[in-house]
Design a protein around this ligand. Sequence first.
Ligand SMILES: [Zn+2]
Length: 605
Amino acid sequence: MPQMFPESFLQEVMDKNDVVDTISRYVQLKRSGTSMKGLCPFHREKTPSFHVSADKQFYHCFGCGKGGNVISFVMQMENLDFIEAVKLLAEQAGLTMPEPSGRTDSGAAERRRLIYKINTGSARFFYDCLLSERGEAARRYITDRRLTQNTVNKFGLGFAPEGSRLLARLRELGFSDDEILLSGMAVKNDSGSIYDRFRNRLMFPIIDVRKNIIGFGGRVMDDSVPKYLNSPETAAFSKSYNLFGLNFAKSAKDSFFVLVEGYMDVISLHQSGITSAVATLGTALTPEQARIIKRMRQEAVIAYDSDEAGQNATKRAIELLADEDVTVKVLTMNDCKDPDEYIKANGAGAFHELINNAKLQIEYKISKLQEKYNISVTDEKVKYVSELAAEFAKIKSPVEREIYVGKTARETGVSADGIFSEIDRLNAASERKNRFDHASRGLRGNPSVGRLSGENPERENALRAEKTLLNLICFDPQVFQMTAASLSSGDFEEGAHRELYERLSAVRNSGAEPDARLIVAQMSGSEAAAGILIQELNIEDNVLAARELIRRLTAYRKKQKLLETVTSGDLSQSQKLDEMREYLRKEVGTNEQHEQHEQSEQYGE
Ligand SMILES: [Zn+2]
């Protein structure tokens, strides 16, 4: 993968895109010692464990283990492959892309581009159909929904006719049946015949922020089911990672997104000048979508349907967004079913008014609980207060919490102290749970979390020693010479460590200084490599430390070999005993020789 661009070009791309600048566009970073720190964009967390090193140009999350250089960051953040990420960064830096040499594409990117082409062809076809004789009913539907021609053009609406006409058109355009099936625009039935997925539907192209048509939503115009049909998950389309309307909403001036349920809501809101509206794609909000919202805006206004399903979806969306620290407001549309209907009945101005008066999520929750419980009944009052306490426990600002507790105390006659102690109890319980989650994540083999060694503390120690040694090798040529004299890559316990060692030796053997960024860019296990190379070690004497680390790794390796020998069936009992005696004799000798290295423990950290 990495050899697709000349090394010098990759280096230039990384030189011109500072990792701190680039990451700061997505994550708020604060200085902490020699590095920058922030809340990890790849996993949910309340305290920052995401580190960025300006010196080394890496990032690494000690919570989830994600890490790398500026290229891998853009890959992960924007959901791009290596080539696409390099292109994006090169463009941003005003660099000219080198001519591709030979096959330069990864399979997935190639498939994605093919699907974009098929989708673009399909969207044109649907649009033509809408304007043709066949599209009459669809045009009438659009007029009934009071959509203007401008809106139709802006969103690229279209009409999918009966039969398999799209299939015929795509074949005319030169796409093979396999390619068309890959795009999800056609399906194959059990008897092997292929037909259009979308028939007799109003079509909504789903466009990503880079203006690619990644899929479609199709809506019936009568009462048939399903009412909505989406493109399947393809190489180009993943429902949970996209929001309908985001391509326009991302440039809206509002400091918030309006979150709605359906395509028609988004379109109707945009037509009314509320261009910050986005919709989930026929599913409940996903954690990935919540993270996308968080990356672009501080605030979200939820305007889901007022039916029960919509209200349940609201609850879930509040949790997910609040977890991402997005300020959430909820909008109530009184008698109207959805935003589309509300605007038709009351006009765009009234909807703007609704947004301005949207309740903060906590107030929305209080009003929902007030509807649920009758607090003149003692039993219900208890439930009301304890459910509220659970909500208040999630509020971070002590002032805000104080206000709501005060309100509830006045409303219910329960003392504020009583409510506070319930909140404390709940917080203590969730704190315990967090610690437990954290610990169990550590046990599942994330080496960066905590000091909880797994089932094999000796192995954990060896892995830590390997990491420290690899870091030293990268930055100190003498340590490399020492290591090369006693260890080979096969002596490293972990695959990623072996690979990193091989890369480092290759560079050092050629007489060059390793460029840590480049090495991370080239490694398949680059996350592990970034995690190792980002560490700022506080070691006074590299040589002394390296000697100790090499000794420890050699000892560990010998012991492993002995274990393999004595558990294998190839040797006789007496041969095994000999091996063990030999091992012990050497081992005792080694220990005596190295007793002066009392401080050795610190290198394992
Ligand atoms: Zn993380």
